[in-house]
Design a protein around this ligand. Structure first.
Ligand SMILES: O=C(O)CCC(=O)C(=O)O
Ligand SMILES: [Fe+2]
Length: 294
C-alpha cells in the first residue's frame, strides 16, 4: 500500500492529497494519514474521484469519524442517505458569506466532506480561511481581550423560514434532539482546538451576531475587526472545482465562502459532516444556564 502524497496549496492552508482511491474502503493507515493531514493542513483536496457514489462518499466520511445527520433543520438526500446534505444552487444552496458550518448549534461538526456533483462550466469556486492565522493576526492586546469573550451564533436568518414554512416547525434531529426552534447559542470567541491545542478566532459573519456583554455598538465594531482579519486573502485558499473533486475541512479552525459568480447555472454539491464536540475557549467551557442571553 502506498502512503498518500501531500502537496501544500499555500504556505499555511490546504493540501492536495494524491494516491488515495476513495471509491474503496481505505486501509486504517490511510485513514490515520488523512486524519493527521487534516490537523496539519485543515483543508484537504482529493481530485479524480469520479467513481464516488453518494453511498461511497458517505461511507468514506464514516471511516473518518462518527457522522451527523445531514443538517439540524434540512432533511438529507433520501431515505438511504440521511447524512447527505444537498446544496443545490437552484434551491437556496448557495453560501456566499464566510461561515463555519452549523456554529448555531451547541455542538457544531468537527469537519465537512464536500463532493462536487454538478458544476457550472466556470465559476462556483470555494474559498477557505485559516482561523488560527486570523487569531494570530490580531495584536497581542486584542488577542488577550478576545480570549475572554463569548459570542452568540444564530442560524435563524438562514434556516427559520425553511423550518417553519417548509417543514411546519418539525426540523431534523441533532445530538439526539428534535429541532423545533433555533435558539442562539453561545461559543467562546477564541476556540482551543481539542486535538492540537491551538487557538483560533471562532466567529464568522454567517452566524455570529453578538459579542456577549458588550453594548450593541461595541459588539458591532469588534465583530467588524474580527471579520476583517478572517477575510484577509493571505489566510485563504481558493479551489476551482472539477468533476471528481472532494474536499475535507477542519470546521474547528476554518471558515469558508462559496463564491456566487455563476448566475442561475446549475451547481449541486453533497456534504457529509463529522460529529464534533462542544467548543471551549482558553478558560475552559462556558457554563450553560439554559438559554443564552441576547
Ligand atoms: O457550495 C460550496 O462550495 C460550499 C457550500 C458550503 O458552505 C458547505 O458545503 O458547507
Ligand atoms: Fe458551509
Amino acid at each position: 500500500m502506498t502512503a498518500p502524497t501531500l502537496d501544500r496549496l499555500t504556505p499555511t492552508l490546504g493540501a492536495r492529497v494524491d494516491g488515495v482511491d476513495l471509491s474503496r474502503p481505505l486501509p486504517p493507515e490511510q485513514v490515520a494519514a488523512v486524519r493527521a493531514a487534516l490537523l496539519e493542513h485543515k483543508v484537504l483536496v482529493f481530485r479524480g474521484q469520479q467513481d464516488l457514489t453518494p453511498t461511497r462518499h458517505r461511507d468514506f466520511a464514516a471511516g473518518l469519524g462518527e457522522l451527523t445527520p445531514a443538517h439540524p433543520v434540512v432533511p438529507g438526500l433520501d431515505a438511504d442517505h440521511p447524512e447527505i446534505y444537498v446544496l443545490d444552487a437552484g434551491d437556496g444552496g448557495k453560501a456566499p458569506v464566510w461561515h463555519t458550518d452549523v456554529t448555531f448549534m451547541r455542538r457544531p461538526p468537527l469537519g465537512s466532506v464536500l463532493r462536487a456533483v454538478e458544476l457550472p462550466p466556470t465559476g462556483g469556486d470555494t474559498c477557505w480561511t485559516d482561523l488560527e492565522a486570523a487569531y494570530l493576526r490580531l495584536s497581542p492586546p486584542l488577542r488577550d481581550l478576545a480570549d475572554g469573550l463569548t459570542a452568540l451564533h444564530d442560524g435563524r436568518a438562514d434556516f427559520d423560514e425553511y423550518l417553519h414554512k417548509r417543514l411546519g416547525g418539525e426540523g431534523g434531529t441533532w445530538e439526539g434532539e428534535r429541532i423545533r426552534s433555533l435558539e442562539p447559542v453561545e461559543h467562546p470567541v477564541v476556540r482551543v482546538h481539542p486535538e492540537t491545542g491551538r487557538r483560533s478566532l471562532f466567529v464568522n459573519p454567517g452566524f455570529t451576531t453578538r459579542v456577549v456583554g458588550l453594548t450593541p455598538a461595541e459588539s458591532r465594531a469588534l465583530l467588524d475587526v474580527f471579520f476583517a482579519v478572517i477575510g484577509l486573502p493571505e489566510h485563504t485558499v481558493r479551489h476551482r472545482w472539477a468533476p471528481g473533486d472532494l474536499v475535507i475541512w477542519d470546521n474547528r479552525a476554518t471558515a469558508h465562502y462559496a463564491i456566487d459568480d455563476y448566475g442561475d447555472q446549475r451547481r449541486v454539491m453533497h456534504r457529509v459532516t463529522l460529529r464534533g464536540t462542544e467548543p471551549f475557549g482558553p478558560g475552559g467551557r462556558i457554563p450553560h444556564q439554559g438559554r443564552a442571553a441576547a
